[in-house]
Design a protein around this ligand. Sequence first.
Ligand code: 5GP
Ligand code: MN
Length: 347
Amino acid sequence: MNKSQVEQVKKIKKLLSEKRKIVITTHNNPDGDAIGSSMALYHFLKKQGHKVDAIVPNMYPQFLAWIPGADKMIVYENKSAKSQALLAQAEIVFSLDYNAIHRTGSLADILLRTEAKKILIDHHIDPETDSFDHCISTVDTSSTAELVYNFIDQLGGLDLIDKPIAESLYAGIVTDTGSFSFSCNRKETFEVTANLISRGVDAQKLHRLIYDTFSENRLRLLGYSINNRMIVWEEFNTALIYLTKADLKKFDYRVGDTEGIVNYPLTMEKINQSILLTEKEKMIRMSFRSKGKFSVNDFVRKHFNGGGHMNAAGGKSFTTIDKTIDEIKKILPAYKKQLNYKLNYNS
Ligand code: 5GP
Ligand code: MN
């Protein structure tokens, strides 16, 4: 944490020195870090005597439902009046795991209108700092959950980290690092994790709860995606998987079922960029992953209305799947050189 962030935390500490009405928010299509970091902060602030509610724009996937307190989250899409009332009364709003208000989807309009102090805790590139009163933002931290741990530490609250808080934080770290396979080269991430284990986390059990709870349809959708819907452009070290609405229907799609599919093409040695296109009601949702030095954040920002991290980003396309694939095909040649590298032990 740099100097200015230490100053921010001091100011936040002062704000929290009285009992407050607090709302915790996170991004649309919430992932493990969104829910884990939100619930950890939720339990922590509640333990300090604040009135706390956590609002999520839309429903989280079922494999995150075990996160302690997740069942108490208010889903904006289902309870908009209640969410609006809570946000109207809130004195403080925490914004977790997103760098720009529009990332909260349907919640964005009321978030822009709230008079509450807005506090950002996030690890995405280029935060929209003007939208927040205080920003705790880094790009080299594994997850927002790790930032929340540090935040609790800075507030002198480590002793308040009990099993539910530790499990929530662990969920964020383990999912945002792909079970410690990326964004995990800082020793601090492991130190924090070790502390969470000493506070009651059963790492093996939580891993099973997150990763070993597929339905048969979800696993078959994964197989189908790779076998029937994957295009490999070896000359551009890129692979793409596309899923139509009909495909999703065929496998009785449930929220979260496409989670992780985008990572599989990267297991091919020659593939440095992987793209997943998912057909939604009004757009094509795009997920990008890379391994090594190619920045999918730059790529998506430039061409596909989105962003994220260097090796994981998301975007949107407002045309058909076929046209989106054609567009990608047209763009890729300009990146041929940038995408052509070999990962080896020395690089
Ligand atoms: P995913 O592919 O898992 O949906 O997203 C990968 C990463 O990119 C996540 O860290 C997510 O927060 C970020 N991301 C996803 N969609 C968008 C988007 O539309 N805009 C921006 N700025 N970031 C996104
Ligand atoms: Mn995150």
